[in-house]
Design a protein around this ligand. Sequence first.
Ligand SMILES: [Zn+2]
Length: 267
Amino acid sequence: MKIPYNKGRDRAPCPVRRAGPPARPVTEDRRRASVRASFPSAAAAFVCALLGSCAALSPIRLESEILGPTLLVVAGIHGDEPSGVEAARALAAGSPARRGRLLVLPEANPEARAAESRAAPGQGDLNRSFPGRRLGAPGERRAASLFRMIRTSRPDLVLDLHESDGTWAEGPGPFLVVPSLPRAAELALAMLNLPGMEGFSYTGGPPRGSLAAEISGRLAIPALVVEIPDSVPPSRRAQLHRAAVDAAMAVLGMMDTGEEGRIKPCR
Ligand SMILES: [Zn+2]
């Protein structure tokens, strides 16, 4: 299904932006995207050590050299859900999109990941802590840091990768959790129509304090939670996460080098 840009009746208009540099013509050379990775600085590492918890995490940046949308993939908010981390690491190590920018944060909660527990030791659930507090407890600082990074980078879509223990009661298959933001629903429905997404369903209502609920509600940035039930074999979970990421890149037009994206971003 192809969705015309900006024709939905309930579609919020794109914000007015200043004109950027003209797009360069597409050449075969420019199809070969470059990879630039950025990591937390030494200063940030020092602050982490000082505070006892790393409050500053930088996503890995995968630039395609062709102007286009930005997709942010977040994984590892819950430390006992390794398939999203696995998928995000593989994504960061592989080929970037043909157009636009991919930001990947494979481990959004390193202390929880190290403990292989839902939350970092001594902390509450990070995914109920957004938008966080800069001077709060370690988990609140981590949430505030992630929230600030997203507010600054202004991605066109955020995918938050999770595993589900059945509390959503959505059946045996994977599903997307869609916040009440028209653009998020539009992107989710377009994703569900793509090859590789046949087994996915969707539901609404990411909980208050979750990354998806707060950045869509407070920043109007569409965010989708990708939930893979733990009834799915572990070997299959990372593949389904990757299928959702590929579908997101496709609907944003990041796999096209010409003008024909399935849904063109507000840029
Ligand atoms: Zn989770």
